[in-house]
Design a protein around this ligand. Structure first.
Ligand SMILES: [Zn+2]
Length: 242
């Protein structure tokens, strides 16, 4: 089977798993492969109720037993995982790069979603994604491993330094340690040269996001916490595909 087709078929199931990860990982609950029961009536879900995207549409977004609307989070994240696979498939120079891109994209998707919900970037996700970036580099382009490993250190160091200066000047935390680790992930996957672009694109996306919130009437203060992780994740994905 064409690996691109395989990636597209697998994506909604991966998205289903990411949905469980997004809900349970920050709450330190057990992460299992999929949702197992209705969250309202606790009826165990049958296999036909757990097909990503398809079941939601077939059930018109309601539990088969109690009729309680099913949260949209799972549907959106399954569609987003599909979009990740589709954008990776368009670029893919070969099956190896395709699967590597999917791993990065799906990991970034989970991290962005968790950061948006909880303002946290769990080490349990950033660190494996960093190691996966070095492993993928070694697998696809062994000669670039040194550059990418150095880029991970530089990414972490540069962000940690900015956060430290910010804390000294403003007396409070502006950027989380998780953002530094996410920039280390960027370095591991992209190498040194694209790193400044990742920061620039993320900052521009962040400004656009803040402007969009302000336009919707939300009061933006210097202290309004806008998680930076989702913008950083999107910038990494743009630079990877660019
Ligand atoms: Zn139910």
């Amino acid at each position: 089977m064409d690996p691109r087709l395989l990636a597209l078929l697998a994506a909604p199931f991966i998205g289903s798993f990411l949905g469980v990860l997004v809900v349970r990982l920050p709450a330190s609950r057990t992460v299992v492969w999929g949702r197992s029961a209705c969250e309202a009536c606790h009826r165990r879900l049958a296999a036909r109720d757990m097909i990503p995207i398809v079941s939601f549409l077939a059930l018109r977004g309601r539990c088969r037993s109690c009729g309680t609307p099913i949260g949209r989070l799972h549907l959106w994240i399954e569609l987003a995982a599909l979009a990740v696979a589709a954008s990776a498939a368009i670029r893919a120079p070969g099956p190896g790069a395709l699967w590597a891109d999917c791993v990065l994209g799906w990991g970034l998707l989970a991290l962005a979603w968790i950061d948006a919900r909880t303002q946290l970037l769990p080490d349990a996700l950033t660190l494996p994604l960093l190691l996966a970036g070095l492993a993928a580099t070694y697998w696809l382009d062994p000669a670039a491993l040194g550059n990418h490993a150095l880029a991970a250190l530089l990414g972490y160091g540069a962000f940690a330094l900015i956060a430290l200066v910010y804390r000294l000047l403003r007396g409070r935390d502006g950027l989380g340690g998780g953002d530094a680790k996410l920039l280390a992930v960027a370095g591991a996957w992209l190498g040194i040269a694209p790193l400044p672009w990742v920061v620039l694109v993320a900052a521009l996306l962040g400004l656009a996001g803040a402007a969009a919130l302000a336009a919707r009437g939300q009061v933006m203060r210097a202290t309004t916490a806008l998680p930076f992780g989702p913008f950083l994740a999107l910038a990494i994905w743009i630079m990877r595909l660019g």
